[in-house]
Design a protein around this ligand. Structure first.
Ligand code: CUA
Length: 297
């Protein structure tokens, strides 16, 4: 669809370019300086209404030939195909991370959006603070998240894999640190992921992670939720399945013990301006909290 519009535009523009460039070359050659011609005077022309009107008409016609299919495709492309089987998701932009939820599946996650391949995904997008822009270049164009407005976007991943994205509207000091990834699975793997997300993690069995859970309940519950525990904060990302995520801090760091420790020691050095405070935890507390967070698969 877009390809046809592109080709129409290329053909029209190429024809106009060849015609004007050809006329220019012809004029340069035809009226070049020749011995004996220097004194010749050409008659001065003062406008030619017929020629001007017909040129304007031709240009208008050419622009219409480009505009009509463009506008048609623009509107057609914003209509998602196969709405009946579409997966519906909600995207909420925050300074500086992404909340993704799947209302029909009762799943909520952050910064890593999992989708099935070959299925239309219809997203509603809104923001909790300032304007952000959801952009995963290989899947769809940009769509802004605007305060007090709900926008819509659809896309479909045709190949399994990871599609990288980034906030594309300046939204404060950590705008560049507001990354995301879309993980596309085949149907079976997606179902398995959903199943895992719907399951509440067991209480940790090993002593270190148990100690970490106590640290978590003491310091983290005002902002973060972990299903199946008293933690139900709504300020930061839901951490129920944090251990199953590939990254932390809105896609900035791979999810590893050393990076979790780095984040807990000084969030501001990783993501300047982040609402995540430096909790002033001891080395031992960070180690046990890391063990607990990794246990949350
Ligand atoms: Cu959010 Cu830039």
């Amino acid at each position: 669809m877009q390809h046809e519009v592109f080709m129409v535009t290329v053909v029209v523009c190429t024809a106009v370019f060849l015609l004007t460039a050809g006329l220019l070359v012809y004029a340069i050659w035809r009226y070049r300086a020749r011995p004996g011609h220097m004194e010749a005077t050409w008659p001065h022309a003062h406008g030619n209404p017929k020629l001007e009107v017909s040129l304007i008409a031709v240009v208008t016609l050419l622009l219409l030939i480009i505009a009509v299919p463009n506008i048609r495709v623009l509107f057609a492309a914003s209509e998602p195909p196969d709405l009946d089987h579409a997966l519906r998701i909600e995207v909420v932009g925050k300074q500086w991370w992404w909340k993704f939820s799947y209302p029909s599946l009762e799943v909520e996650t952050a910064n890593e959006l999992h989708v099935p391949v070959g299925r239309t995904v219809v997203a509603t997008l809104r923001t909790d603070d300032v304007i952000h822009s959801f952009w995963v270049p290989k899947l769809a164009g940009k769509m802004d998240l605007i305060p007090n407005k709900i926008n819509h976007l659809w896309f479909q991943a045709d190949e399994p894999g990871i599609y990288y994205g980034q906030c594309a509207e300046f939204c404060g000091p950590s705008h560049a640190n507001m990354r995301l990834r879309v993980v596309a699975h085949d149907e079976a793997a997606f179902a398995a992921w959903v199943n895992a997300q719907q399951t509440v993690a067991q209480a940790p069995a090993d002593a270190l992670a148990q100690e970490g859970e106590r640290v978590f309940q003491q310091h983290c519950t005002a902002c973060h939720a972990v299903a199946g525990t008293p933690a139900n904060g709504k300020v930061g990302p839901d951490l129920t399945h944090f251990g199953s995520r590939q990254t932390l801090a809105a896609g900035l760091l791979p999810n590893s013990p050393s990076n979790i420790a780095r984040w807990l020691q000084n969030p501001q050095s990783v993501k300047p301006g982040s609402l995540m405070p430096n909790l002033g935890l001891s080395e031992a507390e960070i180690t046990s909290l890391t063990a607990y967070l990794q246990h949350l698969k």
